[in-house]
Design a protein around this ligand. Structure first.
Ligand SMILES: [Zn+2]
Length: 103
């Protein structure tokens, strides 16, 4: 039989007792705390980074249907925007793994 401990005097009482027999204090009901799944923030951040990287890459390439009013350095479209996309992919994968409880 499961037993609970009185928060006021420390006496062990039965599971279904509402009042402590030694100190007469009311014993609170047990509250279940559910653990919420983690990783939602990483998933959202990753998807946002992927969307930003893909959108900027689409509009800054030389073959874009909407020409940019100012020149974009090639290092941005060659390295920075793909790195931003891959960073977002990594965040989304890590968030998904945390959501599944892998770590
Ligand atoms: Zn008590």
């Amino acid at each position: 039989m499961a037993r609970r401990q009185c928060a006021y005097c420390g006496e062990f009482v039965g599971e279904d007792v509402k009042q402590c027999p030694s100190c007469r204090e009311a014993i609170a009901e047990r509250v279940e705390i559910r653990k919420t799944p983690q990783g939602g923030a990483e998933i959202r951040r990753g998807l946002l980074y992927m969307l930003l990287g893909a959108t900027f890459y689409y509009f800054t390439t030389p073959h874009s249907p909407v020409p940019m009013p100012f020149p974009i350095p090639p290092v941005v479209t060659t390295y920075m925007l793909p790195i931003l996309f891959l960073l977002g992919l990594g965040f989304a994968i890590i968030g998904g793994m945390r959501r599944m409880g892998l770590f």
